[in-house]
Design a protein around this ligand. Structure first.
Ligand SMILES: [Cu+2]
Length: 345
């Protein structure tokens, strides 16, 4: 039975491919679908030297048809229409007021649970809102610095998360983190669809695959290969780069790795009050967890950010960091002092 449905999917995909780059149905689906990708550069600047104050965070939960892949659309559940939700930046000692409103076109209730909160459900109960309603909201004091995940915590929680409801909040330590030239915001998630990876047209979620933890798609910032092409990250040779990285999940641990680079400093588990690890190739980041990786880019290249569980790269989990600048032959060059002979004699 399973083999048969797989075969049928393959036949359908082949038929679409034969029909050209996109069937009329696919084109229609694409035009109606929003770009839900949050750019990696979409985060507030460092707070600099300032004392604690009161900060307001307003979230709107919006369910919308978005582009999951080329010619593939999916009904996402989002904070503020992008995946991940907005990057929230406060400092330790700040008082944070959180408001949440649920869009009138939503099908289900939503809320938000901030891992940076000390208090009931991370604010989950106080922010619960039915479609078209605003929640009571809550106010919390940011007691402990670090990079924390937030996510929707309405049952079934795994469903709300895989549909796109997660983001990061950075609680800066006093005086902030060490300065870098470029900061990026990247989150990893999984999407469980009925249709096989690569199927065109509108795809729908699979409860069975979600429960079995067998996603079809793995995504950085919401969509397959989202942070490539026009949305690739950029830096210049000699600059220092920081990635605020979190895993929404809901289920898979990331083995975060940058092909062609070594992380100079890693705030493992996103603890900024511990000394960073130095000279790290791959860092493990659990669902509902985060890490901060810092590195200097020494050589021009197209660096590739992956989860080193590399089957996932074939299911959409690839991001690019384009580094431009002069070649650095003392660090890397092609060729050796003596070339090996060919084997054809
Ligand atoms: Cu939700």
């Amino acid at each position: 039975m399973k083999a048969r449905s797989l075969l049928l999917t393959t036949v359908a995909a082949t038929a679409l491919a034969l029909a050209g780059v996109a069937s009329p149905a696919t084109v229609q689906a694409d035009e109606a679908a929003a770009n839900i990708i949050r750019a990696a550069t979409d985060l507030p600047a460092p707070l600099g030297e300032r004392g604690p104050k009161t900060v307001r965070v307003d979230l709107e939960t919006v369910e919308l048809m978005g582009q999951l892949d080329d010619g593939t659309t999916y009904r996402y559940w989002t904070y503020n229409e992008k995946v991940p939700g907005p990057f929230v930046r406060v400092r330790v000692g700040d008082t944070v007021e959180v408001g949440l409103r649920n869009d009138e076109n939503s099908w289900v209730p939503h809320n938000v649970d901030f891992h940076a909160v000390t208090g009931p459900h991370g604010g989950g109960s106080a922010t619960l809102a039915n479609p078209g309603e605003a929640s009571e909201g809550f106010t919390f004091k940011a007691l402990q610095p670090g990079l924390y995940v937030y996510h929707c915590a309405v049952p079934m929680v795994a469903q709300h998360i895989h549909n796109g409801m997660y983001g990061l909040i950075l609680v800066e330590p006093e005086g902030g983190l060490p300065e870098v030239d470029r900061e990026f915001y990247v989150m990893q998630g999984e999407i469980y669809t009925e249709e096989a990876f690569g199927t065109r047209g509108e795809v729908v979620e699979s409860y069975e695959k979600l429960m079995n933890e067998t996603p079809e798609y793995y995504v950085f910032n919401g969509a397959a290969q989202a942070l490539t092409g026009d949305l690739a990250m950029h830096a210049e040779v000699g600059e220092t780069v920081r990635i605020y990285f979190g895993v929404g999940g809901p289920n898979k641990t990331s083995s975060l790795h940058m092909i062609g680079e070594i992380f100079d400093e890693v705030y493992a588990l996103a603890s900024v009050t511990s000394d960073p690890l130095t000279d790290v190739q791959t860092i493990s980041v659990p669902p509902g967890g985060a890490a901060i990786v810092d590195f200097k880019v020494d050589v021009p290249s197209e660096y590739i950010l992956v989860d080193h569980a590399l089957s996932r790269a074939e299911r959409g989990l690839v991001a690019h960091l384009q580094v431009e600048g002069p070649e650095q032959p003392d660090i890397f060059r092609t060729g050796t002092s003596e070339r090996l002979g060919a084997l054809d004699e």
